[in-house]
Design a protein around this ligand. Structure first.
Ligand code: FAD
Length: 407
């Protein structure tokens, strides 16, 4: 990703909005602010790594689904689908912006127990209520449509072939940054290392950068991904977000499948999907899943050999003969409280806005979350989707909204 367009230090000493983290969430928020005629403030995005080499956004699998267990999460993904398919219209009919589509191979959730099948049925009911096209399938139906699966142990499957699959998140990210900059949003290369609150502790007055500059802020957005808790600690507050390692492998199959492979969520947690041309992408993590150091991206080769590949070959016997062509480790910013977004203001430090904890589904949530956060910054309220259920205060109240469909 280009490092062009970053200032080495801010051009002003004060901004209406300072966004910490300029990856997909920070950039979505910046773009939606720049797109709102009711917002005429100044925006600074501070990004510690303009190469974006280590952020979650750089390691994503860039898929979207409507199969969530809460209606709000389904609606959030529905807006993502609409935004992606109509990106040029959303971006002011700018004819430099490419038309994008969604490769809707669907997510195939496979249940191997009656209990999990019950969860899939309950989720499908919620999804149908808000217009998702989820289909429940018996093992025989799965076998008829996708003969390559071994379904011996499968009780039920759940798939949605409408607006569910791969999308080009990197292009959306590029265009958000490009247009936001053109409209006056300033991106600076630097790290926020400290914050100063007002004497009563109700507002953040300024942030300090590693280079020594102190920047005053009207409002502050924490879009720092897996480092969310570190950023929040700067005002003495805890947020239950941890960096958790997630591995991706790209492989070629000696005998490619004869039809699109849905993003298959095996009951073991291993997931695999179509890329095209006989190439597939597989993801997983080890059962022992502790928080890791922010700079720990070492691969676990034994995990592939001993767990992931055997699982793959059991579920899809044609994947007995495959060759890994690339692999990487990335970090989820895992919300260990309830696996859902944490957003909105802090209940005491009122201009500190969270945009954190997206776990494994932040890329698809970025259009709705950026739009919502920009509305909150502009109006102090949501004008499109009501995202208040995801506000930070639920943590203080110990009132989780558990997302059951987690990958
Ligand atoms: C392997 C993997 C697969 C995934 N697959 C999917 C998927 O298929 N679909 C989906 O929807 N989601 C997926 N996700 C999740 C999704 O990628 C993330 O939720 C999303 O990218 C989070 O974006 P973010 O902007 O919040 O965080 P990040 O991309 O991590 O960005 C945070 C930024 O903040 C910067 N920063 C941190 N601290 C500071 C500081 N103090 N000062 C300045 N800058 C700072 C960092 O340098 C970084 O650039 C996946 C994630 C991983 C790891």
């Amino acid at each position: 990703m280009s490092t062009a367009g970053f200032h080495t230090s801010p051009t002003r000493s004060s901004y209406d909005v300072v966004i910490i983290g300029g990856a997909i969430m920070g950039s979505s928020t910046a773009w939606f602010l720049s797109d709102n005629p009711d917002f005429d403030g100044s925006v600074l995005v501070v990004e510690r790594d303009p190469t974006y080499g280590a952020c979650s956004t750089a390691h994503t699998n860039s898929c979207m689904r409507q199969q969530f267990s809460t209606a709000l999460n389904v609606q959030i993904s529905q807006f993502a689908a609409d935004f992606v398919k109509n990106i040029r219209t959303y971006m002011g009919n700018d004819d430099r912006v490419p038309n994008l589509n969604i490769h809707s191979f669907g997510y195939m959730y496979l249940a191997d127990t009656p209990e999990f099948a019950t969860v899939l049925r309950a989720n499908a009911k919620i999804q149908h209520q808000v217009g998702a096209a989820t289909q429940l399938m018996t093992a025989d139906q799965i076998k008829a449509d996708y003969p390559f699966y071994n379904v011996d142990d499968i009780v039920l499957g759940s798939i949605n072939l409408v607006d569910e699959g791969y999308w080009d998140g990197a292009t959306v990210f590029d265009w958000w940054r490009r247009q936001a900059r053109e409209r006056g949003v300033e991106y600076v290369s630097g790290e926020v290392v400290a914050m100063t609150k007002n004497p009563v502790g109700s507002r953040v007055e300024s942030v300090a950068l590693a280079g020594g500059q102190v920047i005053s802020c009207g409002q502050l957005v924490n879009a720092s991904g897996p480092r969310a808790a570190r950023t929040t600690k700067m005002i003495g507050i805890d947020v239950p977000v941890e960096p958790r390692k997630r591995f991706t492998w790209i492989f070629k199959a000696e005998q490619p499948l004869d039809r699109d492979l849905p993003l298959t969520i095996d009951p073991s947690g291993v997931h695999v999907r179509e890329i095209g041309g006989g190439t597939y992408q597989c993801g997983g993590h080890s059962d022992h899943d502790p928080p890791v150091a922010y700079d720990d991206f070492t691969m676990d080769h034994a995990l592939w050999e001993q767990h992931i590949w055997p699982m793959l070959a059991t579920r899809i016997p044609q994947f007995e003969a495959i060759k890994v062509t690339s692999e990487w480790a990335g970090h989820y910013s895992m919300n260990v409280f309830d696996h859902n977004a944490i957003m909105g203001p802090h209940h005491e430090v009122e201009n500190f806005i969270f945009l954190n904890g997206f776990s494994g589904h932040g890329l698809q949530q970025s259009p709705a979350m950026g739009r919502g956060t920009a509305e909150w910054l502009t109006y102090g309220a949501y004008r499109s989707l009501d995202l208040t259920p995801f506000h930070y205060d639920r943590i203080a109240r110990d009132a989780p909204i558990m997302e059951k469909a987690v990958i």
